[in-house]
Design a protein around this ligand. Structure first.
Ligand code: FES
Length: 190
């Protein structure tokens, strides 16, 4: 039986607030394969301004990040850079609509599970100007894993030669309206 829960995300965090820092170093030790059958959840999130991000645990135990990408952030995704492991996201975990550079239904809105695909630490959002160790990250923003250093762009695409070898997971989802999505947690992680 398909069981749908509802969750309302209330806290939108400005990109200057260093989202995820407080939990960034905590490895995600729970099994990444949701145990319940055919789970889905309706997520309501606040209207986000460009550059804002919201993250929360879902009822199914997996965190979810929703980022509204600014024009600058989108500019950083339009190339097909050689430094990415899987730039068109051909082999990573995602629905068909995410097998491209933007990896989203709505170009501005990126929805992902913010867990590193190496050993599942929570990745930290780095807004443009925050992460000076990498020029692309500093210019356009990125996600950085504090455990072993893997770097992902703002479509969740991992750099080459990192401990993580696949992109951040985009869960199957659909929009109910502009600020409500339905997530299907019935997928399996590899
Ligand atoms: S858990 Fe992220 S690089 Fe190892």
């Amino acid at each position: 039986m398909n069981k749908t829960r509802r969750k309302i995300l209330k806290t939108a965090t400005s990109f200057t607030a260093g989202l995820g820092v407080g939990v960034a170093a905590i490895p995600f030790i729970r099994s990444l394969a949701p145990a319940r059958s055919a789970p889905s959840e309706v997520i309501e999130f606040p209207k986000l301004e460009p550059g804002q991000i919201v993250t929360a645990a879902t009822s199914w135990g997996l965190p979810l990040t929703i980022l509204r990408r600014s024009t600058t952030m989108l500019d950083g995704l339009t190339e097909n850079p050689s430094w990415l492991q899987d730039p068109m996201s051909a082999t990573s975990e995602q629905p068909e609509f995410a097998k491209n550079a933007l990896r989203s239904l709505n170009p501005e809105t990126f929805v992902a599970v913010p867990l590193c695909t190496h050993l599942h630490c929570t990745v930290a959002f780095q807004a443009p100007g925050q992460y000076s160790f990498d020029q692309h990250c500093e210019t356009f923003g990125c996600f950085h894993c504090p455990c072993h250093g893997s770097v992902f762009d703002l479509a969740g695409r991992v750099w080459r030669n990192q401990p993580a070898t696949t992109n951040l997971i985009v869960p199957p989802h659909e929009y109910i309206d502009a600020n409500t999505i339905k997530i299907d947690f019935g997928f399996q992680y590899s």
